[in-house]
Design a protein around this ligand. Structure first.
Ligand code: GLU
Length: 487
């Protein structure tokens, strides 16, 4: 059997992280089995259309490195790959079910439906459409129904779920699923505006696009019995199903927009590295070997196994995501980092640095941050003389005699021709040994004078980056401010 899978998002305006996981698992499965991965846009819900939503989806998927063999953009022999261009097909197949008496017209108004729901609730029963008690072509007969339609009455077309029996299907992750027909709702297939519902369009498209495996989120599991019945109604083969575990927040509740970021672009904007983010997403519900957390895309492909995906919800652990970002940041090639840091520095108002200088900053700070975008502010003293000096640091590290203690060292530093990590280090070390002072005693005052901050990279690296001339200027200015009492 040819493996053909699809990611079928509705263009809601953003790509949910759960959607990205679904897209990724479809992609991994297709690649692993030498199959095709298809992107189908499900835009049948015309009330929820959002401008540029499809473009947004596509650009986020591309950012994550997920490529589709067939899609709106790439074409393919089973297109169009957007449902709004396939409406005739859904109407045709909706009507076919009417002719086979596997669907029927229903005329109930929203008030009538609300009443029905109230009644069913009072009876303690289900919320299923009560076919035998409502106004539809089953209860009033087809002739009467046609008359109402001719008279312009609104109607929908519902599927006629058998009253007896059960629906069975195999889910690769959950095993055999059996649902009694009496629990399956007479789903609306075509709405009063003639548009199909997700259920009809999804089944028709999966059939005509020759989808072999439907891999999607667990929230679609309750819809699957309806879909399986539809395949049976049409006499089509049913694809295999795999419903991926829900994504949960740290409180083990369903990950939702109300409780924080869920859109891929939010994470992108925060500065997560693509590879780190995708690595993290891939581990939501599955770990290829169980003994490590970092994998390349190729390893994910080679090791992908749907039957090993967990049933239980996967926690979206932000701490782990931050850790993951750090792991990738540490390993990021300096050449890749330069344009990223350059862009961040530009936002910070610094745009006149040489690539080589930016590379040195990155190398010095990559292990001290979670995101590249933290670097500019943290290193503000590399671009301008510090305006503020941390008060606590000053109080702790600048004593009565500190100025006298550092002056001789500053004088020695001033004699250096080459102002590098090694030269500044060596001269300081010898000075401290000669004078019998601890290096730390001098390093902190130097750090304070040059950076104003208690934390940063190593002092000799920092001095080399700032440069001799600028260091001397800052020492002087600090000492004179101290003398005049300005500081
Ligand atoms: N359009 C549905 C969604 O937005 C697709 C569900 C499915 O894959 O069948 O998630």
């Amino acid at each position: 059997m040819d493996v053909r899978v699809r990611f079928a998002p509705s263009p809601t305006g953003y790509l949910h992280v759960g959607g990205l996981r679904t897209a990724l698992y479809n992609y991994l499965f297709a690649k692993k089995h030498g199959g095709k991965c298809i992107l189908r846009i499900e835009d049948t819900d015309r009330t929820r259309l959002v401008d540029n939503a499809t473009e947004n989806l596509i650009s986020n998927l591309r950012w994550a490195g997920i490529e589709f063999d067939e899609s709106l953009e790439n074409g393919g022999e089973f297109g169009p790959y957007i449902q709004s261009e396939r409406f005739d097909l859904y109407t045709k197949y909706g009507k076919e079910l009417l002719e086979k008496d596997l669907a029927y017209y229903a005329f109930d108004t929203s008030d009538e439906l609300a009443e029905m729901r109230d009644r069913l609730q009072k009876e303690g029963g289900s919320f299923k459409y009560d076919r035998n008690k409502m106004r539809n072509s089953v209860t009033i007969g087809m002739d009467e129904a046609k008359k109402l339609i001719d008279a312009g009455e609104n109607y929908v077309i519902r599927m006629k779920v058998p009253e007896e029996g059960e629906v069975k299907f195999k889910d690769i992750i959950r095993g055999e699923v059996t649902v009694p027909c009496k629990d399956v709702d007479d789903q609306i297939l075509l709405k009063s505006d003639g548009y199909p519902t997700y259920h009809l369009a999804n089944v028709v498209d999966d059939h005509f696009m020759q989808i072999s495996h439907v891999i999607r989120g667990e929230e679609w599991l309750p819809s699957t019995p309806k879909h399986v019945l539809l395949y049976q109604f049409f006499g089509w083969d049913t694809p295999d199903f795999a419903h991926l575990p829900l994504l949960l927040n740290e409180k083990k509740a369903k990950l939702s927009k109300r409780h924080g970021d869920v859109a891929v672009e939010d994470f992108k904007a925060k500065g997560y590295l693509k590879d780190a983010f995708v690595n993290f997403i891939a581990l939501l519900g599955w770990n290829p070997t169980g003994d490590r957390e970092i994998y390349t895309m190729q390893e994910f492909i080679d090791l992908f196994d749907l039957s090993k995906v967990n049933k239980a919800g996967a926690v979206f652990d932000l701490k782990k995501l931050a850790w993951m970002n750090q792991q990738y940041l540490k390993e990021l090639n300096t050449s890749e980092a330069i344009p990223m840091l350059k862009a961040e520095l530009k936002k910070f108002g610094v745009s006149d640095l040489e690539d080589d200088y930016i590379a040195q900053i990155f190398d010095l700070f990559k292990e001290r941050v979670t995101f590249i975008n933290e670097i500019p502010e943290m290193t503000d003293y590399l671009y301008a003389e510090p305006k503020e000096f941390e008060e606590k640091y000053m109080a702790k590290r600048w004593k009565e005699n500190t100025a006298e203690l550092v002056k001789p060292l500053i004088a020695k530093l001033a004699t250096l021709n080459e102002f590098t990590h090694d030269s500044t280090h060596d001269i300081t070390k010898v000075h401290c040994e000669d004078e019998g002072v601890k290096m730390g005693e001098l390093m902190h005052p130097l750090r304070l004078m040059l950076t104003g901050k208690s934390a940063g990279a190593g002092m000799f690296d920092t001095m080399a980056l700032i440069g001799k001339e600028e260091c001397m200027k800052r020492f002087e200015s600090f000492l004179s401010k101290k003398e005049s009492g300005e500081l």
